[in-house]
Write a protein that binds this ligand. Structure first.
Ligand code: SME
Length: 169
């Protein structure tokens, strides 16, 4: 993979279809939110190519707090609306960032990161957190990643009680 090249094509689609099935099979028998988010982060990180970080931030009392992830240590708390993660949460819209250096307020946890995709986790109209993937390559993420990662979040809704994960019960 090179800078400026998105991971697309039939191979990528097949990989994502298999990943959705694998995630569903992995989560289905389990109801523990921490185990399920931890395994989802591991599946993503070890299945999708050219990532240097994959994980979750959870909405806790008005900010995003680091959840299960794979990759280098990351910043723990992200204010609502700050960085790519905070922007996805505030705008309730997936952010596909071609070059993080051009994103105003980008929070650099790993200086190797060049591109990023952040999908908000929204259920019942509420933002419960975000799914965040980083790549060391510029332009790594495309609409294909967006479509499938949004589908993956739909799968998570079935097996994760976000009120428990976010400590709001
Ligand atoms: N880059 C993110 C912060 C989280 S790390 O990438 C793991 C942001 O700007 O919100």
């Amino acid at each position: 993979m090179h800078d400026g090249q998105a991971w697309i094509g039939p191979g990528a689609q097949t990989t994502y279809e298999a990943l959705l099935e694998e995630t569903e099979a992995l989560l289905a028998p389990e109801t523990d939110w921490l185990a399920n988010l931890a395994n989802t982060a591991a599946v993503l990180f070890h299945t999708l190519p050219d990532l240097n970080w994959a994980g979750f931030y959870l909405h806790k009392q008005g900010e995003l707090v680091l959840g299960p992830f794979q990759g280098k240590v990351a910043c723990v708390r992200i204010p609502w609306g700050r960085g790519v993660c905070g922007t996805a949460a505030r705008e309730k819209r997936t952010q596909v960032v071609r070059d993080v250096h051009l994103f105003p307020g980008h929070i650099a946890c790993d200086e190797a990161s060049r591109s990023e995709i952040v999908v908000p986790i929204i259920q019942g109209g509420k933002v419960w957190g975000v799914l965040d993937l980083d790549s060391p390559y510029e332009g790594r993420f495309s609409g294909l990643d967006q479509d499938y990662l949004e589908k993956l979040v739909e799968v998570l809704h079935k097996y994760i009680d976000w009120r428990i994960a976010c400590g709001t019960t």
